[in-house]
Design a protein around this ligand. Structure first.
Ligand SMILES: *Cc1c(COP(=O)(O)O)cnc(C)c1O
Length: 449
């Protein structure tokens, strides 16, 4: 079994073919057929420019010796990575190599499957787009790595000690309805407080490093456990539009400074060292968080890593995700908040496009797209503020006499019940095993038999 994750790994196919040729003493084309029978390929990139392509010269320089060992001419070798083998001007594409030599191929969400079929239709020119042989298996996260211990215990009490072994079964999650609202909310609030303490500690260290003088007392004024907490952490690739929520400063200021129903935002993230646009985006966000007016309500946590991510996904009320549709192949950070009780507020892209049912979180817009990215940005910004103002904030602050937001909690429970089992790595691995690995394995044994 050879499972290739993204085109970068596709040369593994060639080495495997070479190995089979040598061991089984069979010619290239037979070895190629055999290897394809047990190779599956997962693509992750919905942007054409994001797929590695190499010039014929470069390929010859680095793989010429290898090519000769396989007994292929330069043109035959290049054909392995060309959409049109006859086109001598076409570079060698790693994704083409992988798609041409795999038994199964998939994108990482339903919408990404659709985008990939369109993108690679030219490899199967006689087929309509819908019949391009690229399916999808939606990514999931490793639940036990992301779930807060307090939340784990809550599930243990209400779902049974063996709940982790049954997490891929939707039936098990029905019982979440029986958890007392007060108990669930108290656990959530404790996690939120834990996040706030973590962020304050990190901000103190950041302030010391930058030489800002901030007293412990001032630091303790930053963030408030009774305020709606929005988390927004990502790689600052431009398509993720991490600054969408800052795009209308006056409207945002009203939300942050509201007397009874304010919001607070915790940003974290890194940009790629060579992505200057991404760096500028990050800079804008960091500077916004340093302005005095918002110091207590908008914070930027440096050095985003798994530890920062873990605290964030376990403690936020809302996870904000604003990619430009359809460029988020799947996105997984929002899946990490599900079982911790956070609600997603996201553009209908990647996994959220198939997860959102109207009651298990919040949608930004209706899945619209526009050729002009600026127009799409403006529209999505409008939708984002509208959803915050009309749905998210009112629901969060609607409390009973004990201060418990029952309608909000109903959504938390519904998100856990309807989504926790679907977007776990447990379900994902089962899908790969049942649909990709096992059929491929039996096909191989049939061929050798
Ligand atoms: C989950 C995670 C990511 C990926 O999140 P996306 O939503 O796919 O962007 C990136 N970095 C860290 C540290 C994570 O934990």
């Amino acid at each position: 079994m050879l499972h290739l994750n993204e085109g970068h790994s596709a040369f593994a196919i060639l080495e495997e073919i070479r190995r089979v040729m040598e061991y089984d003493r069979i010619p290239f084309h037979r070895a190629q057929r055999r290897v394809s029978q047990y190779t599956v390929f997962t693509t992750h990139t919905p942007v054409a420019a994001g797929h590695d392509r190499f010039s014929a010269d470069l390929i010859e320089e680095h793989l010429g010796i290898f090519r000769e060992k396989m007994g292929l001419s330069h043109d035959d070798f290049m054909a392995l990575g060309r959409v049109n083998p006859q086109d001598r001007s076409e570079p060698f594409c790693m994704t083409v190599l992988a798609l041409k030599n795999s038994r199964r191929a998939n994108g990482v969400s339903a919408i990404h499957g659709t985008v990939s079929r369109l993108m690679w239709n030219s490899l199967w020119p006689t087929r309509p787009e819908a019949e391009v042989p690229i399916g999808h298996i939606t990514n999931g996260v490793h639940i036990l790595s992301w779930l807060a211990p307090q939340q784990y215990q809550l599930f243990e009490t209400h779902l049974g000690q063996d709940w982790p072994t049954r997490m891929a079964h939707p039936d098990m999650w029905v019982k979440v309805a029986e958890i007392d609202d007060g108990e669930l909310w108290e656990t959530h609030q404790n996690l939120n407080m834990r996040l706030i303490r973590f962020v304050r500690r990190r901000l103190q260290l950041q302030a010391e490093r930058l030489g800002h003088r901030e007293t412990t007392n001032q630091i303790d004024q930053i963030l408030d456990p009774d305020v709606l907490t929005i988390g927004c952490a990502r790689r600052f690739a431009t398509y993720k539009r991490g600054d969408l929520i800052l795009s209308q400063p006056e409207r945002l200021a009203k939300l942050i400074e509201h007397a009874n129903r304010p919001i607070q935002i915790i940003f974290a993230g890194k940009a790629h060292p060579r992505d200057d646009d991404g760096k500028r985006l990050l800079q804008r966000i960091a500077q916004f968080s340093y302005t005095n007016a918002y110091r207590r309500r908008v914070v930027f946590v440096e050095n985003y890593d798994y530890n920062v991510a873990r605290h964030l996904v376990q403690g936020v009320d809302v996870w904000l995700n604003t990619p430009r549709r359809p460029l988020e192949a799947c996105g997984t950070s929002g899946q990490k908040v599900l079982l911790n009780g956070g609600l997603n507020l996201s553009v209908l892209d990647g996994w959220w496009n198939e997860a959102y049912d109207g009651e298990n979180g919040f949608a930004i817009g209706h899945g619209g797209m526009h050729n002009d990215p600026d127009v799409q940005y403006q529209r999505d910004a409008e939708y984002l503020y509208d959803t915050l103002e009309n749905e998210v904030i009112p629901l969060y602050y609607e409390r009973d006499k004990d201060g418990i937001p029952h309608y909000w909690i109903r959504r938390m429970k519904h998100a856990i019940q309807s989504l926790g089992w679907r977007f776990s790595a447990d379900r994902m691995v089962r899908d790969y095993a049942n649909r990709f690995y096992l059929p491929a394995a039996s096909a191989t044994s049939a061929e050798t038999a």
